[in-house]
Design a protein around this ligand. Structure first.
Ligand code: BGC
Length: 722
């Protein structure tokens, strides 16, 4: 593509120092999202802006504030280059939506795009125009706290969501005052760290990477994401920020990405901490040579690129290319036309946390809840019942915001207690215990109110800081004190409904066994209480489905539905004598099966699938297939089912995955009614990545599986001939 002449002219006027300044991106003074020994002060960055030493700031917001910074850049720096203003607007700005994993549980792509759009609208009003989202990292490891920020374990669902989030943030024109640049992160495979420990190494085959981890990033890039962020870890032995294969061979050459590559916070300097460069100067040089354009928080380019150019280690023309990409981003954002187009006092007054935005937050939260158990149809609750509401998350606003919610006020969210009261329930409340401190001093009051009530609703789980970045956990159960409280309440013999507020799959077999009803509500955001109230009294029925497998034991991790068959599969027949069960792929102490599989989720009504038909059972290249199934709502409530279609390749040249999601449909159906759900599959849906890294269809048998989750459904066979 031809370059913008005005930007080339600008580069021609720049000194070397001004050029490296354009590659230097620093945190502001409002809050930090990474380690820093020296908090930045506005005096310092005011001067840096004047001197052209920074390209922009992140973690700053507010129309007036951002306006002041842009004024300095425009009026007091030599070339008047506008600043880039960034932030992590991960699940909303002032209106906080459920965390991304929760949104993924809605399987509602339109709504996901809408929440991203609102996040862009609100945050651009406050001056932010570069969003460090979406996180497109697939993860099959719930120990890794950042699963909260992603879309779960599946490349297909993850890809569609990544695409929608990019569209939601960027709209159709980056220069509009209410759209912002998206950032595909973290390049690449950040979701598979050893031991589930954040920032740890990732070592994986190129086959696994390309078939499973890469697809969501690709979808986001196809959707036109303007930027990519590198990752903290080392990938197959090379830190991602200095990984030439990832950045040049794959991203630039193979995928033709010509946007900005930004480092993660300090990840340029960390190349040296990894042991992959002798010092910070070497780290800066290596990262730059590998293709990282923008230095977030290392100041390595600022310090070391000019000497490297003078010593001939880097050509100035290569520096110019990075500078061009950054200026081009600013130009695409419309900043050269009007540097003050984002950050608008009027909009800030009118467009934050509007009624409309809150109603979308409420709807998204309702649809994100996943009902895992509902014995004896405990839910929905009759309004005549007296409810004992117990638990450290039951009347807790701040933790409802969830991870990455720096812009929201901690007390903003509607608590669950408030929500249940507004829904018309007669509620007695006791906190019962702290989130993690092992004191039992509040137990007696909780037991007392439980005794006085017809039903107990317990809100248990994780605080917002127990998941998210740097929040890996080796144990994934409830903290001991919460479990102890549950046991003591359960002993009273009242029906107990547990609402699990968390940012990841938790390992809760005891709750699954003992609670009468169990529903995951994640971190639901601003409208937490309202949404929970709506669903508990049945004004809205649950419709969420798990985007990530819930393990039965931590030792099963990594666990996901695409696991391969093995040569010695164990088919779960515990009736067989133990002597027959040896030398098979299983655990001695826990089943192979998860606690709840991918795609799982109940609702108040009942759905039945029947009559699965295929338009043909012999396929040839170029053919497409129509799959049709009958869906009936046989229960008492109107409801929504997410009908899921998976394909299994029975035999292939390399071991195929057990099943792969290829399509789904959210279908809303009144009680007693039936409808036909149709899917159209193309040749690409039957493709596999072969040994030569080509996506091809191989001849042979395939199974089409249509179900309410990955394990329960109907199957039909077909054959591909070439
Ligand atoms: C995270 C990024 C984030 C950056 C800036 C880092 O710690 O890994 O995802 O965008 O901080 O806040």
């Amino acid at each position: 593509m031809s370059k913008v002449p005005a930007l080339l002219d600008l580069i021609a006027q720049m000194t070397l120092a001004e050029k490296v300044g354009q590659l230097n991106f620093v945190v502001g003074d409002l809050f930090i999202t990474g380690p820093t020994m020296k908090p930045t002060t506005s005096d310092k960055f005011d001067d840096q802006i004047r001197n052209g030493e920074i390209t922009g700031l992140f973690n700053v917001y507010g129309a007036d504030y951002v306006h002041r910074l842009q004024e300095i850049a425009m009026r007091e720096s030599r070339l008047g280059i506008p600043l880039l203003i960034g932030a992590d607007v991960i699940h909303g700005f002032k209106t906080v939506f459920p965390i991304p994993l929760a949104e993924a549980a809605s399987w509602n792509l339109e709504l996901i795009e809408r929440t991203a759009q609102i996040a862009a609208k609100e945050s651009t009003a406050a001056g932010i125009h570069f969003n460090f989202a979406p996180m497109c990292d697939i993860s099959r490891d719930a120990r890794w706290g950042r699963v909260a920020e992603g879309a779960g374990e599946d490349p297909y669902l993850g890809g569609l969501i990544a695409q929608r989030r990019v569209r939601g943030f960027q709209g159709d024109d980056l220069s509009k005052p209410d759209t912002m640049a998206a950032c595909v992160k973290h390049w690449a495979a950040y979701g598979a760290p050893e031991g589930g420990r954040d920032y740890q190494s990732v070592d994986m085959s190129e086959h696994l990477f390309r078939s499973t981890y890469l697809p969501p990033y690709l979808k986001a890039l196809e959707a036109g994401a303007a930027t990519v962020m590198t990752a903290f870890h080392d990938f197959n032995g090379v830190p991602c920020t200095a990984n030439e294969w990832l950045l040049k061979t794959l991203l630039r050459k193979e995928l033709n990405f010509d946007g900005v590559v930004v480092s993660d916070w300090g990840s340029i300097a960390e190349v040296s901490a990894h042991g992959a460069a002798e010092n910070e100067a070497g780290a800066a040089l290596k990262s730059f040579q590998a293709g990282t354009d923008l230095d977030m928080m290392s100041e390595g380019y600022l310090k070391y690129l000019i000497p490297a150019i003078k010593e001939g280690k880097i050509q100035e023309s290569v520096l110019d290319e990075s500078v061009y990409r950054i200026l081009k981003l600013k130009n695409d954002l419309g900043l050269f036309d009007d540097p003050f187009r984002y950050g608008n006092r009027e909009r800030e007054k009118l467009e934050l946390k509007t009624k409309d935005h809150l109603s979308v937050a409420r709807q998204m939260a309702q649809q994100s809840f996943v009902l895992l158990k509902n014995e004896g149809s405990m839910l929905p609750l009759k309004k005549s019942l007296k409810v004992a509401l117990i638990g450290p998350l039951a009347d807790n606003a701040p933790d409802m915001n969830g991870t990455w919610s720096f812009f929201a006020e901690p007390d903003d969210p509607v608590t669950i207690k408030e929500g249940l009261e507004e829904a018309g329930l007669d509620v007695l409340f006791a906190q019962g215990c702290e989130l993690y401190h092992s004191t039992t001093k509040h137990f007696p009051l909780a037991k007392e109110i439980a005794k006085q009530s017809d039903v107990v609703v317990m809100v248990l789980g994780e605080s917002a800081v127990m998941n998210g970045e740097a929040a890996s956990r080796a144990e994934l159960g409830l903290p001991d004190n919460q479990l102890e409280l549950f046991r003591e309440i359960k002993e009273l013999g009242k029906p107990v409904i547990v609402l699990l507020s968390c940012g990841r799959p938790l390992v809760v077999p005891e709750l699954a066994e003992e609670a009468d009803a169990l529903m995951v509500i994640w971190s639901p955001g601003s409208e937490a209480g309202h949404a929970v109230g709506d669903v508990l009294v049945g004004d809205v029925v649950p419709s969420g489905k798990l985007p990530m497998t819930f393990p039965n034991a931590v030792g099963q991790i990594p666990i996901h539905y695409q696991m391969k068959r093995t040569g010695r599969p164990y088919l779960g027949n515990y009736d067989e004598p133990a002597s027959e069960r040896i030398y098979l792929s299983k655990y001695r102490d826990t089943p192979n099966e998860p606690l709840f599989p991918f795609g799982y989720g109940l609702t108040y009504t009942k759905f039945e699938l029947s009559d699965l038909t295929l338009s043909q059972t012999c396929m040839e290249p170029g053919d497409s297939l129509e799959v049709c199934v009958n869906l009936t709502n046989t229960g008492l409530y109107d409801g929504t089912e997410v009908v899921q279609l998976y394909i299994s390749d029975i035999k292939a040249s390399i071991t195929p995955v057990a099943k792969a999601l290829k399509a789904f449909e959210r279908v809303t159906l009144p009680s007693g009614e039936s409808c036909k759900v149709k899917f159209k599959l193309e040749e690409k849906d039957f493709q596999m990545l072969n040994e030569n890294r080509k996506w091809i269809v191989e001849p042979g048998d395939f199974e089409v599986f249509v179900g309410a989750n990955v394990n329960e459904g109907l199957t039909a066979r077909l054959e591909w001939t070439l």
